[in-house]
Every structure is written in C-alpha cells, then in structure tokens.
Design a protein around this ligand. Structure first.
Ligand code: DX5
Ligand code: ZN
Length: 218
C-alpha cells in the first residue's frame, strides 16, 4: 500500500503539533521523525523529549528514523517516548539482531536503513525480522538534497529479495522525493515515501500530498 510520510525536519518546530495535525488532515499516512546526534551525521535535529511531547498531541503513526551512533542505547528510549516504528542504520554500532530484539521487546515495529554507499546485500540476513527497509536516496543529515536516482537498482534488488523470500515488506525511500522523483522510486519497488521540503515547503499541504500520490503512479 502506498504511504506518504512527511518528514518533520522541514516543519516549523515552534508549531509542531499544528504542523502534524495539518498533515493528518491533508491525508498523510504517517509522520517521519528524523533523529540526528551530530556524530553519525553532521547535524543535530531533535530528541526524546520532542517525541514524547508530540506523542501526546497526535495519534498518527510515528516512524522514527535514528541517525545516531548507538541505537542499542537509544532505541528503547525512543520506544518509551512513543515511537510506533524505530528504524536504525545498518552502519551504526552494535549487533543488528540485538537492536532488533530491543525494539521488538518494547512492542514496536522495526526497520533498518541503508546509506547510499551501503549495498542492498548488507541487510539481506535481517529481512525476515523487519517490518520495513529504508533506502536513503540522499546522504543522511539534511533535508532539501537532490534525489540519487542511482539508488533505484538497490530498491529493486531489495524488493526482489523480499519476493524471493515470500516476505511482504514495506520499502521506504527518504531524500529528494518530490513529484518529479517519486515515480522512479515507486517503479523500482518502494511503497513508503518520505518527503520533507516537497510537503512542508508547500502552501497547500493537501494538494502537495495528493500530487505525490498521483505521481507515484502505484
Ligand atoms: C535526511 C532525512 C530526511 C529529510 C528528507 O537525512 O532523513 O528525512 O528530512 O528531506 P527532503 O524530502 O527535503 O529531501
Ligand atoms: Zn529520515
């Protein structure tokens, strides 16, 4: 099923509850929350108290993307703060199976993300244990970057492997998604689309969400 996931990295943080409510009213399916620690990526975004506050203000599904060095330490804290799904990076520290168990132990959905230089095969062993794979289509750290079209074969390879294993997987793409790129990611096999600047940057959120859905062509 196609899902549109606005990234609050591009939202007005002083009006976060209203921004998220507006995206819900606009027909967005979930909210993407980018967590950056200034180590794993060269930027700092928001942390556990913000997720906790947001949880009190919205019933939308919170897809929390951890761009941090030590997910084993912090994933359970984001789970307690109210995340619905936690996505960690395969390039982070720690044993992926232990991190998956820590997230599952909190009763949360679990995903793994890959940076652009990481090959699809790096996550193949974990596919049976995941709800979602997040393919970065920019170098993580900042919104507003250009979609890397050369990530499409990686999306396709992950979709193909999931089909071979008989797993119905959500494949999410993150970075540079707009009306001109969403169709390429969808054709390659993605079905969950993160968008920051292409949604929060627009005056009419409903029109922006609809435009993405139409251009996905799914
Ligand atoms: C980048 C973040 C993205 C980012 C996407 O590290 O993970 O979620 O906010 O922003 P746009 O859609 O503007 O590329
Ligand atoms: Zn993200």
């Amino acid at each position: 099923m196609i899902q549109i996931a606005p990234s609050i990295l591009s939202a007005d943080f002083a009006s976060l509850a209203q921004e998220v409510a507006a995206m819900k009213a606009a027909g967005a399916h979930l909210i993407h929350v980018d967590i950056m620690d200034g180590h794993f990526v060269p930027n700092i975004s928001l942390g556990i108290p913000v997720v906790k506050s947001l949880r009190k203000k919205t019933d939308m599904f919170l897809d929390v993307h951890l761009m941090l060095t030590d997910p084993l330490v912090y994933a359970p804290q984001f789970a307690d703060a109210g995340a619905d799904m936690i996505v960690f990076h395969i390039e982070s520290q720690g044993d992926p199976y232990s991190i998956i168990s820590a997230i599952r132990g909190k009763g949360k959905k679990c995903g793994i993300s890959l940076k652009p230089k990481t090959p699809a095969e790096a996550i193949f062993p974990y596919l049976p244990f995941l709800d979602m794979v997040l393919v970065m289509t920019v170098e993580p750290g900042f919104g507003g970057q250009k979609f890397m079209e050369d990530m499409c074969p990686k999306i396709a390879a992950i979709r193909k492997e999931c089909e071979r294993l008989g797993i119905s997987m959500d494949i999410e793409v993150d970075g540079g998604i707009d009306v001109s790129t969403i169709g390429k990611a969808a054709a390659a096999g993605a079905n969950v689309f993160v968008a920051g600047s292409a949604l929060f940057g627009k005056p009419d959120y409903q029109a922006a969400v609809q435009a993405l859905i139409e251009h996905a062509g799914l």
